[in-house]
Design a protein around this ligand. Structure first.
Ligand code: NAD
Length: 546
């Protein structure tokens, strides 16, 4: 019997391997890349711990070599969605009763397996399937996945410790129940760690889930499913349903026991899901929790006191790492006239050294974008800028999809601060810059705040402290994560809780206790030790003082 009062220690972040030439980690990763590249695996659905094959299949390919098939995956139909819901509801009874210490222990075991036994498997799957280079895969598939698991174990214990006051003769307790029903988790292609966390955050709080992974991150996501099983996540707690989002969403969101959605993806998809929930609201047993982290149009505002070299590095890393396919990627910058030529030439020099290519060749700073749809969409924006009189493509601007979906790091200079590529999320390696007159810093802050519907991340570069403070005030609602003198991407679990508002989501801050609070429905228990035996109160007695 586990009757200890158990406290988790605050973890430290997982160390990032650098994969420098000659090191043993690089050798191990290369071996795993070679192994995975030489096979074609079959990815089933996993429902109630069992593999299910529907025969209706799709292909997982390498973004940098789209004729190379890595896996064939089975797609869920309505019947399988219903089976997954039933499995999640059945597993809920036991999982909700599991001691939280056991749940947390399983979660920590997943972290340990990713950190040690499966680190290179997770990284190689993310590199080959999602087009990340070794470093981008390491900070995502290994480090962030592990950090989410370890920090959430700690936050769970912190939440459970929160208890109400008790008075003499009365004991008050709060019990942190999981939600009543099942959670729908819907993950994007661009972060393996997000795929893991969308599931494991509700699961560690005692919930069970139906998971719709992205079709372009299935290699790493299926690996996660196998690790969950090995770590001891019971059958039915996480049910894995590759397939069409709209088909799966329709059945799940219409179900009476749907009790919450944990989503990360585009604003458009989330808006559609929210609409379906509203239409179904009378069918549900409980009001569902709606948690969604969505798109961004992340900015860098530069004050005339900033250092052009620091700004150029922030733009190049912030906009082009992982081909700009991060929700937090920098995609618009405001640069003062006095710093522009210097910043531009430094940026140009850095961009001239960037190569775009195969993830197996470690020299490339950039690789391919995820798929043809994305390639075409990004090129459409670049072509629009090329044809416009209000903008000029000053670096890059070319793409080639013959072998892989490669696009050059591209910089557009816009004459109009409301130019289309200053406002809309492109989700590719495209930075748009607006050069402003130095005297207009105040004005440019207001433009930055009001230009785009999103409010995810942003940076301010300045040596002048007053300028930083002032920008922070004016841009208060322009970003959920704001950076001083740093690029707007690269949030670390436990250090920069992540999420934005406005059209960027519900800002429930993944990587903090705030997110976990959404996955519990607390119950308060009051116990009176000696109950009263008389119903009248003292004030009702006759007053003899007069
Ligand atoms: P997406 O919206 O195309 O897809 C996300 C997921 O939703 C996928 O699994 C997809 O299959 C599923 N889906 C699509 N239609 C659905 C429906 N009708 N019902 C249920 N599920 C459905 O997004 P993506 O291209 O995978 O990811 C990129 C987007 O994600 C960008 O907009 C990016 O900004 C955003 N993102 C945001 C954050 C954040 O923390 N704010 C993090 C990562 C990515």
């Amino acid at each position: 019997m586990n009757n200890a009062i158990f406290n988790m220690e605050r973890p430290v972040n997982e160390h990032t391997m650098d994969y420098a030439p000659g090191c043993k980690e690089r050798k191990a990763l290369n071996a795993e890349l070679a192994r995975m590249s030489s096979e074609v695996i079959d990815i089933p659905l996993i429902i109630d711990g069992k593999e299910v094959r529907t025969g209706k299949t799709g292909k997982v390919v390498m973004p940098h070599d789209h004729q190379h098939v890595l896996a064939t995956y089975h797609m869920a139909g309505e019947k399988e969605v219903q089976m997954a819901i039933d499995a999640a509801l059945k597993a809920h009874r036991e999982w909700a009763e599991f001691s939280w210490v056991e749940r947390v222990s399983i979660s920590l075991k997943v972290a340990e397996l990713v950190a040690k036994k499966y680190r290179y498997v997770m990284n190689a799957a993310t590199m080959l399937g999602q087009g990340k280079n070794a470093y981008q895969a390491e900070i995502d598939a290994a480090c962030e996945t592990i950090d989410f698991l370890r920090y959430n174990a700690f936050f769970t214990s912190e939440i459970y410790r929160l208890q109400p006051n008790s008075q003499p003769g009365v004991i008050n307790r709060t019990e942190y129940r999981p939600l009543e029903g099942f959670i729908f988790t819907v993950s994007p292609f661009n972060f393996t760690a997000i795929g893991s966390n969308l599931n494991m955050a509700p699961v560690v709080m005692g919930n069970t889930v139906v998971w719709k992974p992205s079709s372009t991150s299935l290699l790493s996501n299926y690996t996660l499913m196998k690790i969950y099983k090995e770590a001891g996540v019971p059958d039915g707690v996480i049910n894995f349903l590759p397939g069409s989002g709209s088909l799966i969403g329709k059945t799940v969101l219409g179900h009476r026991d749907f009790t919450g959605i944990h989503f990360t993806g585009s604003t458009e998809t989330f808006n559609g899901i929210w609409k379906s929930i509203t239409e179904n609201i009378r069918n549900y047993k409980s009001y569902p929790r709606i948690v969604g982290e969505t798109g961004g149009k992340d900015f860098i505002v530069v004050h005339p006191s900033a250092d052009p070299q620091e700004v150029a590095v922030a733009i190049v890393r912030g906009a082009f790492e992982y081909q700009g396919q991060k929700c937090s990627a920098a995609s618009r910058s405001y640069i003062p006239r006095s710093l522009w030529e210097d910043t531009k030439s430094r940026m140009g020099e850095m961009i001239s050294r960037i190569t775009v290519g195969d993830v197996n060749e470690f020299s490339h700073f950039m690789n391919a974008v995820i798929d043809e749809k994305s390639f075409d969409n990004i090129m459409k924006y670049i072509d629009y800028a090329k044809k416009s009189n209000d903008a000029e493509v000053i670096f890059g601007g070319n793409g080639d999809k013959s072998k892989g979906y490669f696009i050059e790091p591209t910089v557009i200079q816009a004459k109009d601060p409301h130019f289309k590529t200053m406002e809309e999320e492109i989700f590719g390696p495209v930075m748009t810059i607006y050069v402003y007159e130095d005297k207009d810093f105040e004005e440019v802050l207001k433009i930055c705040d009001s230009t785009s519907p999103y409010a995810l991340t942003g940076s301010v570069f300045a040596k002048d402290r007053d300028a930083l403070n002032h920008a922070c005030r004016v841009l208060r609602y322009a970003a959920g994560n704001i950076y001083f003198n740093d690029k707007p991407s690269g949030a670390v679990v436990g250090q920069q809780p992540f999420g934005g508002a406005r059209a960027s989501g519900t800002n429930d801050k993944s990587g903090s206790f705030l997110n976990l609070l959404r996955w519990t429905s607390p119950r308060t228990i009051k116990e009176t030790l000696i109950p009263p035996t008389e119903f009248t109160y003292p004030f009702m007695k006759e007053d003899r003082c007069h």
